[in-house]
Design a protein around this ligand. Structure first.
Ligand SMILES: Nc1ncnc2c1ncn2[C@@H]1O[C@H](COP(=O)(O)OP(=O)(O)OP(=O)(O)O)[C@@H](O)[C@H]1O
Ligand SMILES: [Mg+2]
Length: 185
């Protein structure tokens, strides 16, 4: 499979899920003037101590018990740094975690964003008890999707009901097309 930033987003969001987050925010913004693509993922999960934050960026650290290297964060960090971008983790125990990565938009080593809508859609429909706040922005044009707003309108109707699930997927795709115009990132 081709490497895509959307798969890294899935990875980082899965860390939030494993940290027992009930709310996850994912913000993607592209600024062509500054030549930057930035991705911010924040959660209200268990958080990390200062020590854990620095360890998390080390490939041999993991709190998993099924294997002894954690590669999600180190890979993602390297991918950002390889494009002249930046990477940082801010976290507080019992408050949550924010992972910020920026990428050189036009850098030859920047992975394509890939199918970000599938990532967001999958996260939403497979995590019923988690609220997702997603924003996507390109040069000032943007849209957002907030599962709290959907739930408010839908009441007891679950987001993974096929009609609702399809609607969410189409909502994401339509809005991204509108924001991106003829560009593909
Ligand atoms: N959002 C988060 N909240 C709390 N702890 C986190 C968060 N993200 C990462 N961590 C901690 O950092 C460790 C390293 O994360 P990383 O994604 O690099 O590896 P992993 O999740 O353990 O394994 P892999 O991603 O390869 O499946 C995790 O095991 C977890 O302890
Ligand atoms: Mg991980």
């Amino acid at each position: 499979m081709l490497p895509e930033l959307s798969l890294n987003v899935l990875d980082i969001a899965n860390n939030s899920i494993r940290a027992n987050a009930t709310q996850i925010e994912i913000a993607i913004s592209i600024h062509s003037d500054a030549d930057i693509l930035s991705i911010i993922i924040s959660d209200n999960g268990c958080g990390m101590t200062e020590d854990q934050i620095s360890h998390a960026q080390d490939p041999f650290y993991t709190t998993r018990t099924t294997r002894d290297v954690g590669l999600g964060i180190p890979f993602y960090k390297q991918a950002a740094l390889n494009t002249g971008g930046s990477f940082s983790i801010a976290s507080k125990t019992d408050i949550g975690t924010t992972v910020t990565a920026t990428f050189g938009l036009s850098h030859i080593d920047r992975m394509p964003l890939g199918d970000i809508n599938s990532t967001i859609h999958t996260l939403i429909i497979s995590n019923k008890h988690i609220d997702f706040l997603y924003t996507y922005e390109f040069d000032g044009r943007k849209f957002h999707l907030d599962t709290r707003e959907f739930r408010e309108i839908l009441g007891d109707i679950p987001l993974d009901l096929p009609e609702v699930s399809n609607y969410i997927k189409e909502y994401l795709e339509e809005n991204q097309r509108e924001v991106d115009g003829d560009y593909r990132f």
